[in-house]
Design a protein around this ligand. Structure first.
Ligand SMILES: [Zn+2]
Length: 644
């Protein structure tokens, strides 16, 4: 999913000052929260865990012109019993009215209790039993979350569409909404008036178009989807669509259709913009794997809502902006084929979709544009000092879809993994993830992605994910450098914007430049504060750049030089560890300063040096390891002391 706030931020940021941008952002976020408010306290029902959905036959009757907006339907659910049960529970908003629950010609008793429909089965069903029933209902759905069930107009013509992510399916049909169970396949039948005035309605939905049947003044469209699908990715849209076909892998054995349902008034605009879809499809196919639903179709259906939603095989979009096309297409692999196993892991959907937008930039616009994307993204992420990629409140729709954290930071964390592991292992691991039979067409948690990155690279990622998925904030680096012949010295200290991370262990990209246009990349494996690196650089360095291409999330970095030599062994500190007075031996007291830094890079003590053995009282410091530096104009001596 990608919503208006994203697009507006880009537009707004081009047009206004940072101050105005902040104010506009706040208005937008407030508006988003208001719309999300109704279902902010949603908790997935625990009472649907005892069955596994096998198949859904969804028969809906709608009229885009009806006032108020309404739906009537028959939902037939086939299930397999997971734990013995004598009732079966569905999620259904309390304002929807069930008129009948039928099984093999018999009416079943039911209660509609709050947002749960509980049907009493004729007998207890044991594990493994296969059964089905049909629920008949009607109602005037009240949209929650983003916009779960909508009727509006475009160019004076009525249009209706659904958009259920994350908790809105139950607003308009009896379903199992929890992220634990996909229906293995579905049939969708949508009946509506054939015409509005002289305009003929068409229905867009998931899967393959089987038939469009006219019966008197009504028209029924049958779509069939043969892949596992969760409730929130099932959707319908009805209006006087103009429909046109494009093809991916056109003229090859892999060819399949891309079907566009667009408003007639926007037809030529759409036809100008959608052809990029097949090109992006092939980029993703090359980087990852073939589009997962190639034997059905891909498609777009236009809607009014500001943004897009990756309904399986038929993304709903408000425009044909290239980034939106790329984002929703990316979700067909990341979100639809493999769905986040909890809304806590929403970055497995949104971080990937956002990163794949950026990969589209890398492949179509080139590396400089890709770097520009990273600069903007890091700038946005670090505009605030806190916040984790992990969604910490899954009942809050605006937190699940937090643009800065679930989308931008999620995408940059993927990019940092790419830098850390290298392109070969990074892309190979993602291919393995997508094709893992335990995950494909099912659900994944963050640990599943981690396992694939670790198995492919041999690199343990617990610390990385503790810092960058669970942890909040970002590092700020202080890099000091000097050169002596071919030896370049780097002293690196780091502080953190948030106390949840004590140290970000990262490889650091450093570029050193010489006066004759030479330049050399270094990769310094930074694992602790006060770390010193000696690197071979054969030309005189005139400048040093810290992560100039924004491979990492960081901000407020400082680079200083003028240090002739950095020695780590020379500084003698005793007793060590200590709990009060330490002595520091200083060879040359001339203009020397002692500075002591906590392990997270904060200066905790500094004083001038007056004697060759300086005594310092550390009893006021909390337990931990501290970095001690003795600085002169051309030399820095470094050591560590442990305080008990
Ligand atoms: Zn998205």
């Amino acid at each position: 999913m990608k919503y208006l706030i994203t697009l507006l931020v880009i537009l707004v940021s081009l047009l206004t000052t940072a101050q105005e941008l902040n104010e506009k952002m706040h208005e937008l976020i407030k508006a988003e929260r208001r719309s999300a408010h109704k279902r902010m306290q949603f908790k997935a029902s625990q009472n649907t865990d005892n069955y596994d959905i096998k198949y859904l036959r969804l028969e809906w009757t709608v009229d885009p012109a009806s006032d108020p907006a309404s739906i009537s339907g028959k939902v037939t659910t086939y299930w397999e019993v997971v734990a013995p049960m004598n009732t079966i529970t569905f999620d259904l908003a309390d304002n929807m009215n069930v008129s009948q629950v039928m099984q093999r010609g018999d009416n079943l008793a039911y209660t509609h209790n709050g947002d749960e429909l509980i049907v009493t089965l004729p007998a207890i069903q044991g594990t493994g039993v296969l059964d089905s029933m049909t629920i008949t209902y009607r109602g005037e759905p009240v949209s929650t979350g983003f916009v779960s069930f909508v009727q509006e107009t475009h160019n004076g013509i009525p249009v209706m569409w659904t958009l259920s992510e994350p908790y809105g399916a139950m607003d308009w049909w009896p379903c199992k909404q929890d992220l634990t169970d996909k229906a293995d396949s579905i049939d969708i039948f949508v009946t509506h008036p054939q015409f509005y005035d002289t305009q003929e309605y068409k229905t867009a939905s998931n899967g393959v178009l089987v038939s469009e049947t006219v019966n008197g003044s009504a028209k029924t469209t049958h779509w069939k989807h043969g892949y596992p699908i969760p409730a929130y990715l099932i959707a319908i849209a009805v209006t006087n669509y103009s429909v046109y076909h494009e093809y991916a892998y056109e003229g090859t054995d892999s060819e399949f259709p891309i079907i566009n349902y667009v408003y007639p008034e926007n037809l030529s605009d759409a036809q100008n913009k959608t052809p990029i879809t097949s090109y992006i499809m092939e980029i993703f196919g090359e980087l990852f794997e073939m589009y997962p639903y190639a034997d059905e179709k891909y498609g777009h259906a236009e809607l009014n809502w500001g943004g897009g939603m990756e309904h399986t095989t038929m993304s709903f979009v408000e425009s044909f902006d290239r980034f939106l096309i790329a984002h929703e297409l990316a979700h067909q692999w990341f979100g639809d084929k493999i769905t986040c196993g909890s809304w806590e892991d929403i970055w497995l959907n949104e971080g990937f979709a956002t990163y794949l937008e950026a990969l589209t930039t890398e492949h179509i616009d080139g590396n400089d544009a890709f770097i520009a994307w990273r600069i903007n993204t890091v700038f946005d992420i670090t505009a605030e000092s806190a916040g984790s990629v992990r969604c910490t409140n899954t009942t809050d729709v605006s937190r699940i879809f937090d643009w800065r954290l679930s989308y931008q930071k999620g995408a940059m964390v993927l990019h940092m993994l790419r830098y850390k592991l290298g392109d070969d292992d990074f892309f190979a691991a993602i291919k393995n993830y997508l094709s893992d039979p335990k995950l494909a067409f099912g659900y994944a948690r963050t640990i599943d992605l981690q396992s694939h990155f670790e198995a492919q690279s041999g690199i343990e990622l617990d610390d990385f994910l503790a810092d960058w998925y669970m942890g909040e904030g970002y590092p700020s680096y202080w890099l000091q450098w000097s050169q002596d012949g071919d030896d370049a010295y780097f002293l690196i200290n780091q502080s953190q914007s948030h106390s949840s991370v004590s140290f970000f262990e990262m490889p650091l990209p450093i570029r050193v430049n010489g006066s004759d246009g030479q330049s050399q990349w270094l990769r310094l494996e930074n694992t602790e504060n006060g770390q010193v690196f000696v690197e071979n650089v054969s030309f005189p360095i005139i400048s040093v750049e810290f992560d100039p291409e924004y491979e990492l999330i960081s901000r407020n970095n400082t680079i200083t030089t003028g240090v002739k030599e950095i020695r780590i062994e020379h500084l003698s500190i005793y007793p060590n560890p200590s709990d009060d007075i330490i002595s520091i031996e200083v060879e040359n007291t001339n203009d020397a300063m002692i500075e002591i830094y906590s392990f997270n890079g904060k200066l905790v003590l500094n004083k001038e040096v007056h004697s060759k053995v300086e005594r310092i009282n550390l009893s006021g410091l909390s337990e931990g390891v501290y970095v001690v530096m003795v600085k002169q104009s051309d030399t820095v001596y470094v050591g560590k002391v442990a305080v008990r």
